[in-house]
Design a protein around this ligand. Structure first.
Ligand SMILES: [Zn+2]
Length: 86
């Protein structure tokens, strides 16, 4: 997370925004969990477990709707729809 989602200030090493004081601990935890979900989803795709992969992609988007997370999750859903019509 490079910028505060509230005031867009550049973030430092602490979980608190220096400009607005927002505590970003939970937001960072959600972002990390979303990344973990996507990594697991990609591994599941490799094993052909599309339903579980799509479920994890949905969970990732619910945790963090940032551009990178959304694009990777969108790719996972597209791949499942294209290759594994359950
Ligand atoms: Zn801020």
């Amino acid at each position: 997370m490079a910028r505060c989602p509230v005031c867009r200030a550049r973030l430092g090493e602490t979980p608190q925004c220096r400009r607005c004081g927002c505590d970003l601990t939970m937001a960072e935890a959600c972002r990390q969990r979303a990344e973990t979900c996507l990594r697991q989803a990609l591994q599941l795709l490799g094993r052909g477990e599309s339903a579980k992969a799509c479920s994890l992609a949905d969970e990732a988007i619910s945790l963090d709707s940032g551009a990178v997370i959304s694009k990777v999750a969108g790719f996972i859903r597209w791949w499942c729809d294209r290759n594994f019509r359950d």
